[in-house]
Design a protein around this ligand. Sequence first.
Ligand code: S3P
Length: 443
Amino acid sequence: LSPRGTRGDVVILRVGPAASPLGGDLTPPGDKSISHRALIFACLADGETRVEGLLESEDVLATAAACRQLGMRMQRENGVVILQGAGRDGLQAPAAELDMGNSGTAMRLLAGVLAAQPFDSVLVGDESLSQRPMMRVVRPLRAMGARIETAEDGKPPLRIGASDGLQGIDYESPVASAQVKSCVLLAGLYARGQTSVREPLKSRDHTEKMLPAFGVDLAGQCSVTGGSVLKGATLRVPADMSSAAFFMVAAALIPGSDLLLRNVGLNETRDGIVRVLKSMGADLEVRGIRESGGEKVGDIRIRYAGRLRAVDISGALVPALIDELPIILALAATCDGTTRIRDASELRVKESDRLAVMARGLETLGVNLTEYEDGMDVTGGPIGCGEVDGEGDHRCAMSFCVLGQVAPGPVTVRGCHNIDTSYPTFADDLARLGGSVERVSDG
Ligand code: S3P
């Protein structure tokens, strides 16, 4: 289990038009957010953690590699990943810089852990991650007493100095960010007293849901007590709603499609795409709802239901579908009417400026749109074909691959290499279910 190092490669996919409806069933890969947390918490735990369904994508492998550098041991047995924790006070000083690759989650969550350690460490990332804002975690960590330096403008690398103890904090975050929330709570596990986080809108709550499985009591609050000890856990990672979303939209777009997506995580802080597809008129049914490892999961059946209706998306709904906005923008390009997205300025500081990257690609395909600082208006209509660029952003690249299925001719999607950060089998899954996708270059 180590990163395959495809970063920097040029991967170009030629997609569409789909020759037939999509059909069959698919268990999308494991949830990325939950997988990062499973590894980090297991690293801090005493004893053994067993994880079924861990996502083995480049982002998660970066977290795994960092946890190993900090002293966690890791092996795989029959699809179960078995982790021997270093223990909260047993982490070892890394011998080298910790490379987080493309992953903001890895960098921001591990910053919370490392800020509390009695040794120095350095967190670095790829070209995209090196442009992302880190002050959102540096500020609260410094307020807790951490010593952290950033590069210019609060960007990575993060140089974290040995800590001689942190102080608990009641942090009111200016952004609804699960990465910030989780970073502060992780640091709080080591701080004196109580640490709690409040946020303007509710962000994904996987940290709060998973810590109790490791024996940490949050007493129903977004709050931890310093000195809490983590004990190894047994976890099952559901399929990632954010990966399933590409296939939900593909089935909604391609006439005659009928897909069953199995074992998808339905956490209510992540299911905004399901709510939006239903309000657009999609034929979508959630079945077999059950609980698995503290998370709600179920199967999603989605069938083509003709042209969907435009919607408005803003406010509290945005954090519940933040990573699905690129594919929603792609879908909006085919809907009846104008879809209006607002309150989504966070999209500009993801793996790319997703509003700009999606606007460039959609305009190339002839889509009528207006870009705003915090969103976009997209008016649906017939789309054209041509060459678009995912610009190294996995979710933008996959969104163009899905939209290309309903173009009148082939669409070339450049900049697809980082699809491996979240969904290494995306192209194979799309082809197996009936989509048209071909790799034309891998640099
Ligand atoms: C994530 C939180 C979100 C999300 C990201 C994963 C997490 O980011 O966009 O893909 O696992 O905590 P923010 O915390 O920046 O909102």
